[in-house]
Structure formats: C-alpha cells, structure tokens
Design a protein around this ligand. Structure first.
Ligand code: GCO
Ligand code: MN
Ligand code: MN
Length: 388
C-alpha cells in the first residue's frame, strides 16, 4: 500500500477561511460553530498540513480592539509554534464589508479607493509579522452588474495605479514579498475585471514592477469560464509567473462550489498534478475549498485530508504514467523527428525563408498519419482507474 500521507515538501496549505468555513450559503445560515484562528491551526496540525493562509480579517476581526488584536496574535503564534505550521501567504479582505459593495481599487468613490489602499498596507504589515512570502490579490468586488455604472478602461487604470502604489510600498518597507493576482470571471459580482489568468498575465506586463507580480490561478475560477485550467497554469509557469495556486474543484456552469480538490474532474486534476510535479513547481499547493454544508468539524477534517490524499494519489499516478513503457513508446512515436526539417526552424533569415518556400511537402501523406491519441488517452484512463 502506498504512503499517501502529506509531507512538508508537498507544501499543502489551507486558508483560515477554508477549514473555518461554517457552511452558510445564500439560502441558509451557518451549520458549523465558529472556531478561533488558533483552533483552526490545531485542526490543520492534526490533518498534517504544512501552512495556513489568512485574510487580515480572518485573523483580526475588523472592529477588534488593540487588546483583542494582541491576544489573538499571541494565541495564533502559540498554535503555530506548537504545530510547526507556517504562514506562506496572506491577503486582504476587500469584499465582505458594505464599503466595498462597488469594488475596492476600482470603486468610483476615491475615498473607498484610498481606504482600500490603507487597509491593504495594514494587511501587508500583518502578513509580514508572520513572514508571509506571497501576497494574494483577489478582486472579488472589482466588477459590475451594470456596465452603465463604471468605465471598464478606467477600472483597469485604477487597478494598475493601486498595484503600482502597493509594489512601491513593499519596496519602500524592504519587505521580501511577491504579489500573486487571482482572476475570477464572476461571483460575487455579475462580471469581474481581468476575468481569467490570461487577462491577469497581460495586465501584469503593464505594471511598473512586473517582476514583483505573478498569478494565483484557481481551478474553479477557470472551470467556471469553461477553460482548461492546466493550460492557464502552464502559460503562467512558462512566463515565470506561477507564484501560487488555489486548488479545488467545480462543475462548469454552476454556482461557485469550492469542492474538495479532485472530487469532480479527476482527469483535469490528474493533468494539473502531473504538470506541477513534472516542472517541479515548488510553491504552496493551497486548497481554496471548503467542506460540504452537511459536515461537522470531523467532516471538515475528512475534507482537508481528502484534498491532500487525492493530490498524493494523482502524484503517484503521474509517476506511473511517466514510467509506463507503452505510454512512453506512443509519446516517442508522436514526437519522432528525422531531423530533415531542423534547418527551417529557429532564428529567421531570408535564406531560410527562401529555402522553406522552395521545399515540397507531401501534404496528403502528412494528413493521413494516425496519431494514436485514442490509444494514449485510454492508457491514461486505465492508469487513473487502476486498470494498469
Ligand atoms: C473566492 C476566492 C477567494 C480568494 C481569497 C484569497 O472565490 O472566494 O477564491 O477564496 O482566493 O480571497 O485572496
Ligand atoms: Mn474561489
Ligand atoms: Mn481562491
């Protein structure tokens, strides 16, 4: 029997808001009692997680007194040192309070935009108290229901101005911190700006300090758009921008489900895990999901253990795929190269262009070749279903 238990090197992390989710939904109130941040850290310790992430107000309630703040931080730090759990990522809640009902950095009201910047600087300081290395920006309210209300161009400019300001803040304070931007197409807004990881990658290129800023793609957010998540992750990776990742699952076309990782689309989860392991991604594997509303805290532990276990099983399956002789033989055949066209690739020259234009290709023969992808896909399915 394989060992699927989580190891520190797997860097499995959970947000306080994930295992702390109390099961409320738009139609019903909480089904689980409140647990303090310190209690949640102990729960994470029990299931074998490596790290915990938080929004400023997951840790310190927005109206906490300085004395509350000190006590919460003291208890939280004690739980961290007791369990060995670290804080790799922090973020700001720029969505719960009514003040952010029309966005934070993109609000039409300059007072709201200024307050959002102030709140974020304070939240960055809080993250640095715990030595967080990545700071996530998820603009849940940065969008519209009606496009008569806000300018889409102005909103991008405002987002850019905010990111530039906050990058300078980090540089000014000499913090060792990188930003990771998380896209989502909708929910809670009707439509959210910079809707996909691809939009975010393009946006990052327009910032004053693009080197400080990467992305935090989330499975559910790309599946909501009907996109192939692994492709977005691969593009971010290739651009050197995969700074963090949010793992969960989601049926396309439904409400934001935040399902346990790998519980819906096993095949997509497999290609994702295989990708992350093949390229040796060494950042956090953050499970941004929550237990069903039906669960008590034992069920929350089942949920958290399940996220990590499925990842570990798929990691083993990826190794099996890579070691499978038949799979590798098909891949070698698909990628065969007799070298005869090598001279046409690489840097452009006008000689190369002329010789390529003079070359003749047997288009019909090239088009007739069967590629064996059906066979390869069935081999993959056999591996996933345990039939190989
Ligand atoms: C969501 C988002 C959030 C963010 C979190 C961190 O759909 O609600 O995924 O969970 O990831 O706010 O920035
Ligand atoms: Mn989400
Ligand atoms: Mn997320």
């Amino acid at each position: 029997m394989s060992d699927y238990s989580p190891k520190p090197e797997n860097k499995f992390t959970f947000g306080l808001w994930t295992v702390g989710n109390r099961g409320a939904d738009p139609f019903g109130s909480a089904t689980r009692e409140h647990k303090s941040p310190a209690e949640l850290v102990r729960l994470l310790g029990e299931v074998g997680a490596y790290g915990v992430n938080f929004h400023d107000n997951d840790l310190i309630p927005i109206d906490a007194t300085p004395a509350d703040r000190d006590r919460i931080i003291r208890d939280f730090k004690a739980a961290l040192s007791e369990t060995g759990i670290i804080v790799p990522m922090a973020t700001t809640n720029l969505f719960s309070e009514p003040v952010f009902k029309d966005g934070a950095f993109t609000s039409n009201d300059p007072k709201v935009r200024a307050y959002a910047l102030q709140k974020t600087m304070n939240a960055i300081d809080l993250g640095m108290e715990f030595d967080a290395k990545t700071y996530v920006f998820w603009g849940g309210r940065e969008g519209t229901e009606s496009d008569s209300s806000k300018s889409a161009v102005e909103s991008i400019k405002r987002s850019r101005e905010a990111m530039n300001f906050l990058c300078e803040y980090v540089l000014d304070k000499k913090y060792d911190l990188k930003f990771a931007l998380e896209a989502k197409p909708n929910e809670p807004r009707g439509d959210i700006y910079n809707a996909t990881t691809g939009h975010m990658l393009a946006f990052i290129g327009t910032l004053d300090h693009p080197e400080m800023v990467g992305v935090n793609p989330e499975v559910a957010h790309e599946h909501m758009s009907g996109l192939n998540f692994m492709h977005g992750v691969a593009q971010a990776w290739e651009a050197g921008k995969l700074f963090h990742i949010d793992l969960n699952d989601q049926y396309p076309g439904r409400y934001d489900q935040d399902l346990r990782f790998g519980s819906r689309d096993i095949k997509a989860a497999f290609y994702l895990v295989k990708f992350l392991e093949d390229v040796k991604y060494d950042g956090s594997r953050h499970f941004d999901a929550h237990a069903y509303r039906t669960e008590d805290y034992e069920g929350v532990k089942d949920f958290a253990r399940g996220c990590m276990r499925t990842y570990m099983i798929l990691k083993e399956k990826a190794a099996q795929f890579n070691a499978d002789k038949e799979v590798q033989a098909v891949l070698a055949e698909i990628n065969a190269n007799d070298g005869s066209t090598d001279k046409f690739f690489g840097k452009y020259s006008s000689e190369k262009a002329s010789s390529l234009k003079a070359e003749s290709f047997d288009r019909a023969a090239l088009g007739k070749r069967g590629l064996k992808y059906e066979h390869l896909d069935q081999l993959t399915i056999d591996i996933l279903l345990g039939a190989r």
